[in-house]
Design a protein around this ligand. Structure first.
Ligand code: SF4
Length: 307
């Protein structure tokens, strides 16, 4: 395919997916002041870029204020983001806080620093959001981050919990949004190359790479290669939850359940093996642009019942 056409399609896809996520979860409203957290990585650059495009054509008015937290990691190129943002002509604030020294002092050598570092960063960003009068805090997490979080929580936290597109912050004071929630990481990587964002490496702190997250990310990519559409189906599943077929007693009233006398497709199929949609049907469901019910198509193949 012609490279310009391909790039044009990528831009349209990014704008469409971000716009759809914003509408689906009512992320941005008239008069909002959105604090865009820019780390200098590809995802947050992409978020800012697409939000600016959408802002120019949106039927509502909202403001963007970019915030970067300079944590004083050795080698952090402090001039890169101000120069980039000044050229863009966007409002911005650089918050200088030496969390690096604190983390280095408190965490013993060789131990991972991320937990304390991110707790400090979170507190600072909440404070800055308050000072700037921001009504929303936008983070650059994308579809692959959300799925990785889901699997990590299952594997290591024993919880069915992902990363929400919109939620009130843990201090109860702010609304956090993730406008890139529907966007595939590979699209953001390609967009960053194309737009030549001045990427700042994320390894400056010298902390260990997040090995588990990397491994889960790799596992998802391997699956996707072998079974195209699997990532999309897993992502759709997060929006098609059937509490009656899970086991959380807080989500479904198992204790008080009585026969209704009314037949229902969603009822228990007793001894029948649980049918799963055929690969062709799931590919159709995932590829038709809707994030609707992936179990809708009629074609099913049985899977062996677990004993
Ligand atoms: S990788 Fe470094 S900068 Fe990022 S959270 Fe961990 S310690 Fe902080």
């Amino acid at each position: 395919m012609n490279i310009d056409l391909e790039n044009h399609k990528l831009e349209k896809r990014l704008c469409r997916e971000v716009g759809r996520a914003i509408v689906d979860y009512n992320m941005i409203e008239e008069g909002d002041r959105v604090m865009v957290c820019l780390s200098g990585g590809k995802d947050s650059y992409g978020m800012l870029d697409i939000l600016q495009k959408l802002q120019a054509r949106a039927p509502i008015r909202f403001e963007l204020i970019v915030v970067n937290l300079d944590q004083k990691q050795p080698g952090f190129p402090a001039d890169v983001l101000p120069a980039y943002l000044t050229k863009l002509g966007v409002k911005f604030h650089i918050e200088n806080q030496d969390t690096y020294s604190i983390v280095k002092r408190v965490i013993p050598e060789g131990k991972t620093m991320c937990s304390l570092c991110s707790r400090l960063r979170r507190g600072i960003l909440y404070r800055v959001a308050g000072e700037l009068g921001a009504t929303k805090i936008a983070l650059g997490h994308h579809r692959d981050d959300i799925l990785q979080t889901l699997l990590l929580n299952m594997f290591f936290g024993a919880r069915l919990k992902g990363m929400p597109p919109k939620l009130v912050s843990d201090d109860g004071q702010h609304v956090v949004i993730r406008p890139m929630a529907y966007v595939a990481e590979k699209d953001l990587a390609r967009w960053a190359e194309l737009r030549e964002f001045p990427i700042i490496p994320c390894t400056l702190c010298g902390s260990q790479d997040n090995l588990q997250r990397k491994q889960v990310g790799q596992m998802l990519q391997d699956w996707e290669k072998r079974f195209p559409g699997r990532i999309e189906n897993m992502f759709s599943a997060l929006q098609n939850i059937v509490p009656s077929h899970l086991m959380d007693r807080n989500l479904f009233p198992f204790e008080t359940l009585r026969a209704t006398g009314v037949a229902s497709e969603d009822g228990d199929k007793a001894f029948d093996e649980e049918p799963v949609p055929s690969p062709a049907a799931t590919a159709d469901a995932a590829g038709n642009g809707s994030r609707g019910n992936a179990s809708g198509p009629a074609a099913v193949i049985p899977i062996a019942a677990a004993h």
